[in-house]
Design a protein around this ligand. Structure first.
Ligand code: G4P
Length: 196
């Protein structure tokens, strides 16, 4: 994903050694050309999995998830965070702990939109400690559906999430893995591949 890595390096702002700000193309202003490429890339990586649904969690996972769903031609479901209105009572729900934000929150999906017939691809914008993905995988288990894999736009390789999900037996595909951030610089894994 040359374009993604280029945008991270050119536009990413290192807030501190743990947090990368990518508001200009992913978390606030969204680049649709990049999102389309991301959707195509996830399709290439998971096309043999007979995916029937893409699952993400609001808010920033929705854009890459939607473009992925477009490639697979399957519905995209986003788990709602607690407090969201207009959701019927018949829901699968679980609690997530965010280490980044130091708080717990609930995520919910209507039972109408996840069923035991589903083969689900989880998509999210960031992988830090893995808790959002684990929460979504719990919703998938509650529905009796199958988790086919996890697609991540930016993984922070220096945090625990990737290893944790691999240990749990999940197939995780990250489009860019950040090994380190230091003194305002971003170190992306296999960055030399970018320069082909
Ligand atoms: P985890 O799910 O991997 O355990 O992550 P964690 O709870 O630690 O992260 C909580 C939120 O912070 C998530 O967004 C996640 O995407 C985001 N996040 C974590 N690290 C970074 C980072 O370095 N840069 C940016 N830009 N975001 C990061 P969220 O609260 O669900 O926000 P949103 O999807 O509503 O925008």
């Amino acid at each position: 994903m040359y374009l993604l890595k280029k945008m991270i390096l050119e536009q990413g702002i290192v807030v501190n050694n743990d947090v990368l700000k990518v508001d200009s193309f992913l978390n606030h202003c969204i680049d649709p050309v990049l999102m389309q490429e991301i959707g195509k890339e996830f399709f290439q990586r998971f096309k043999n999995e007979k995916i029937t649904k893409v699952l993400t969690v609001e808010t920033s996972g929705i854009a890459p998830a939607l473009f992925t769903g477009l490639e697979f031609k399957v519905p995209v479901v986003f788990a709602k965070k607690s407090g969201a209105l207009n959701l019927d009572k018949d829901v699968f729900e679980t609690s997530i702990h965010s280490f980044t934000k130091q708080k717990d929150y609930m995520i919910k999906v209507s039972k109408k939109y996840l069923t035991s017939d589903d083969v689900v691809l989880i998509i999210d914008d960031f992988l830090a400690n893995g808790q959002a993905v684990i929460g979504m995988s719990e919703l998938i288990s509650m529905a009796g559906a199958k988790l086919a894999g996890v697609g991540i736009v930016i993984e922070k390789g220096f945090q625990d999430g990737g290893a944790l999900l691999h240990e749990m037996g999940m197939r995780v595909e990250s489009l860019a893995i950040i090994d380190k951030m230091s003194q305002g610089k971003i170190f992306i894994r296999n960055e030399e591949e970018n320069k082909k």
